[in-house]
Design a protein around this ligand. Structure first.
Ligand SMILES: Cc1cc2nc3c(=O)[nH]c(=O)nc-3n(C[C@H](O)[C@H](O)[C@H](O)COP(=O)(O)O)c2cc1C
Length: 279
């Protein structure tokens, strides 16, 4: 069974593709996380947990949820880290988490997808860069699904001690001081549909006077920004200057690929940043 959390659609794509290739079920954990629903999940096949990388780890709200969630049936678990280029210690922490749950850790791998986060120093990506990453991720997905099908372990790269020493204290400090919530706002384009409230994994958005209002506990996941149907949510001037990412804008491109047309129409040689956390 494939379990996932996804804010802007990249991990959802990875999870649903893997489930399709493996003929397995796929479960979106968003509603369960929002409702703190810890009811048991049972699977006869190995579990495959897919998560985006936030500040070199899996999102802390997700790891907290997974620690408490009862997984029964098959004791094997694979972990797929979906990053924009550097998954840091995500694999190491996933291994620790699932071993504490007395599960047999079958390894992790990293699948590099387009970056959904441009706040701070990150430059926006061009549409061509995004497409290159998506095509490369599709190849990586095929390899990963084949390994899992054959019951083999995924071999993530060695994670160095200094990465653990830096990331474990760095993550909460960075999140607290560099990721404030106060700059989120909705423009007049807002149609009060409430989708942002429904998609916020931290239950940090409420609708007041027909407009979203942000509280203080935010993971900066970008679900509200990337999925607003009216494109009404901004973050300071950053989203105006650098744009917003959502996988759904590129879904048609990959649908074309499925029918063998994307590679033909997109002839640029694949050239994505070197993968830094993979076996
Ligand atoms: C708050 C935040 C922090 C992130 N930190 C990292 C990071 O440390 N390393 C990385 O490679 N990508 C990082 N990313 C990028 C995402 O992991 C990546 O774009 C992922 O594909 C998003 O998945 P989703 O569309 O399923 O939400 C970060 C994204 C967010 C929103």
């Amino acid at each position: 069974m494939v379990l996932y959390f996804s804010a802007t659609g990249n991990t959802q794509f990875i999870a649903t593709e893997l489930a399709e290739k493996l003929g397995d079920e796929c479960v979106d954990l968003l509603d369960r996380i929002k409702r703190s629903d810890l009811s048991e999940i049972r699977s006869e096949k190995p579990f495959i947990v897919c998560a985006p990388v936030y500040v070199c780890e899996m999102p802390r709200f997700l790891s907290k949820y997974l620690k408490r969630l009862k997984l029964s049936g098959n004791r094997k678990v694979y972990f797929i880290a979906n990053s924009a280029g550097y998954s840091g210690i995500t694999g190491y922490l996933a291994k620790r988490l699932f071993r504490k749950k007395k599960m047999e850790y079958m390894g992790h791998t990293e699948i590099i997808m387009p970056r959904n986060y441009f706040l701070g120093r990150y430059p926006p990506q061009t549409s061509d860069e995004i497409k290159k990453r998506l095509l490369s991720a599709c190849d990586r997905l095929d390899e990963t699904a084949n390994l899992i099908k054959r019951g083999e372990r995924l071999r993530g790269r060695h994670i160095f001690m200094f990465e653990k020493l830096i990331t474990i204290p760095f993550n909460p400090v960075w999140t607290k001081y560099k990721m404030p919530t106060k700059d989120f706002f909705a423009t007049d384009k807002c149609v009060s549909c409430g989708k942002c409230e429904k998609l916020c994994p931290m239950n940090n958005i409420s609708i007041r006077d027909k407009k979203p209002v942000w509280g203080n506990s935010c993971s900066h996941c970008m679900a509200c920004v990337g999925n607003c149907p009216a494109d009404a949510i901004e973050y300071g001037s950053a989203t105006k200057e650098k744009g917003k990412y959502s996988f759904r804008k590129y879904k048609h491109f990959l649908n074309e690929r499925k029918h063998g047309e994307a590679e033909k129409s997109f002839s640029v040689k694949k050239n994505i940043p070197k993968r830094r956390n993979n076996g």
